[in-house]
Every structure is written in structure tokens, then in C-alpha cells.
Design a protein around this ligand. Structure first.
Ligand code: DGY
Length: 328
């Protein structure tokens, strides 16, 4: 039997991550396109020294018990880690890692792409041409809302929110943000951003983009009341986590014209079934959680996830732990 550490990798990830893990470990790699079913995950995790998980794998007491006390590290292939019960891993003295930083710009790019596509009705325009409905230039055809000169409201002013601010500035937008932790005066000046209360942001922004972690406080942060207080011309963008928006309230608001449009990279539930009412709405663009999906960025995320996994297996501090308190 090999003395190399045993690890479970729950999906095929780019070679930048798989190669170093394969070089150093006995790897059980789940090769299906779909995540391992829960019972399979619990079976395969038993006895491993390390787990390289995805945001689709719930890492909780049940899984950690199934893994066993030899588990040294959990490395999540994502910056978000709401799939990990952090107190549960910490209680067991297991460090968990994520992949911050490397996907910031790529995610901000997609948030801005959704903002533009929803504002200028690009998917509707593409469908119009494909359906053979384009007969002439139309003075009233597919009118959208202006991006330049508009106010961009950013909810959650961390790394990705700030990158979105830079993109908005490039388009001549006015930037307001809401975050429980105000940015420094220097950062506000550099990014040309002004902190406002949440209700002011909802009332005054033309574009609202969500960049908060999913927590008990942010679950359904955008509910019926929040949507009602937005402008009827507002465009809502979500690249954070689906449950930050109440999907039934959003459907109603889009149907009733309480807001102009929405662009969603993340949804509740996820995946969103093709027959979900939000999918059929012309003023709602839904893409399948692809904000970080460029080859370069996914390669960097894979390398980072591998680095966290291998550090944990060696008993070293993870480069990017989500539970640094585990080292106290
Ligand atoms: C993350 O990393 O949390 C994204 O949602 C997927 O890249």
C-alpha cells in the first residue's frame, strides 16, 4: 500500500490543479459531469487525508464524520464557501481553503456583461433576428436603458464589487455602494465611490449589482420590499449567490414592471430548471454560474486549490484558509 496521502477530488478540474495533486497523492477523482450523489460522496470520502471539494458539495458534520479523524484538509475550488460548515471543520481542527483573488476581475467582467446585456436587451435582440422577425429598422424597437451616466449601486464592496466599480467608472457611471464595512477614504477617492445606506442605494441606483457572501443576514436580502423600492427602470445583477434574491419576488417584480430587467449568474434553486418561470421572462437573463469561467482563471483557481490541499496534507498553514482561527 502506498504511503502517499489519499485524497478525493470531487470533479475534473483544470490540469494546473490536477497535475500537482496527482504528483503528490493517491487520487480518487470523480469524473462525471454531475457532482457525486450524496451517498457516493459520503462513501468515497471515508478514510481520505484531504478533500478537494466544489461549491456543489456540502461539507458538514455528516460528511466530516464520514471522512474520519485522519482528515487533514478541505480545499474548496471556489472563492465562496457557503457550502462549508466552517464551525464544523474548525471544531475538528481541520483547515479549509478557498481561492480568493484570482477570479476577481473575471467575475467583475461577467457582472458588467450581464449589466450591459440586460440594459440593452441583447439576448432579446439575438432571438429577434434568429426568429426571422427582423423586417426593417424600427424607431421603437427593443429600446433599453442607458448605461453611461447612470448610477451603479454595488451591494458588498469587497474585491469583486470594487473591480465592478472600476468598470462602471470606465463607462462614465456614478458609483454608490453599501457595505457594513466602509471602504477607506483613499479607496473611495480612488474608485470614485460613495457609501450610502441600503435603502438609498435601492431607491436611487439605476443598476444594482450584488457582491455579498451568502449568510443568514444576506439570504433574501433582495425581497419584495427591496424590489418595490427600486426604480421601474432599474437593472438588477447577481453574480454572488442565488439565495441573496427571493426568486418569487423577483419573478413578480419583473412581470409587473417594478424593475426593468435582471441578469443572473446564480439562482435559487441552482441549477434553475428550464421550465422555471424566470427562464421564460424576456427581461430576465440567466446564465449557468459561469462568472469565473475562463480557461486562465479556472486554471489559476485549480492551482490555488491544489496549493491549499497540498499544504494541508504537509501540515503547513494553507495559503488561503477560510478558518484561520483553526491555527490559534
Ligand atoms: C466562486 O468561486 O465562489 C464562484 O461562485 C465560482 O467561481
Amino acid at each position: 500500500m502506498s504511503d502517499r496521502p489519499r485524497v478525493l477530488v470531487t470533479r475534473i478540474i483544470p490540469d494546473e490543479g490536477l497535475d500537482p495533486v496527482r504528483d503528490g497523492c493517491e487520487v480518487d477523482l470523480w469524473t462525471d459531469d454531475l457532482p457525486p450523489p450524496r451517498d457516493e460522496l459520503l462513501r468515497r470520502v471515508a478514510g481520505v487525508d484531504g478533500l478537494l471539494s466544489l461549491l456543489t458539495d456540502r461539507v458538514d458534520d455528516e460528511l466530516l464524520d464520514a471522512a474520519g479523524p485522519q482528515l487533514k484538509v478541505v480545499s474548496n475550488f471556489a472563492v465562496g464557501f457557503d457550502n462549508i460548515d466552517v464551525p464544523a471543520v474548525t471544531r475538528r481542527g481541520v483547515p479549509a481553503g478557498n481561492t480568493p483573488g484570482v477570479l476577481t476581475e473575471t467575475t467583475a467582467d461577467l457582472a458588467f456583461a450581464l449589466l450591459m446585456a440586460a440594459a440593452r436587451r441583447i439576448p432579446e435582440g439575438v432571438g429577434y433576428v434568429r426568429d426571422g422577425r427582423w423586417k426593417t429598422w424600427g424607431p421603437m424597437l427593443l429600446m433599453g436603458v442607458d448605461i453611461h451616466g447612470a448610477t451603479l449601486g454595488i451591494v458588498g464592496f469587497g474585491r469583486i464589487g470594487r473591480e465592478l466599480a472600476r468598470r462602471g467608472r470606465g463607462f462614465g457611471m456614478e458609483i454608490v455602494y453599501h457595505d457594513v464595512h466602509p471602504a477607506s477614504a483613499e479607496d473611495e477617492a480612488r474608485l470614485g465611490a460613495r457609501r450610502v445606506e441600503m435603502d438609498e442605494l435601492l431607491r436611487t441606483a439605476d443598476f444594482i449589482s450584488l457582491h455579498v457572501n451568502l449568510t443568514d443576514e444576506t439570504r433574501h436580502l433582495i425581497d419584495a420590499d427591496a424590489l418595490r423600492s427600486m426604480k421601474p427602470t432599474a437593472v438588477l445583477v447577481n453574480t454572488s449567490r442565488g439565495p441573496v434574491i427571493d426568486p418569487s419576488a423577483l419573478e413578480q417584480a419583473l412581470r409587473d414592471g417594478e424593475i426593468f430587467a435582471a441578469g443572473l449568474d446564480v439562482t435559487e434553486p441552482e441549477p434553475l430548471p428550464a421550465d422555471h418561470p424566470l427562464v421564460a421572462l424576456p427581461n430576465c437573463i440567466v446564465v449557468p454560474h459561469i462568472a469565473s469561467a475562463t480557461s486562465v482563471t479556472r486554471g489559476k483557481m485549480a492551482a490555488m486549490a491544489a496549493a491549499n490541499l497540498l499544504a494541508g496534507l504537509r501540515g503547513e498553514r494553507l495559503p488561503t484558509p477560510v478558518n484561520p482561527e483553526v491555527y490559534d
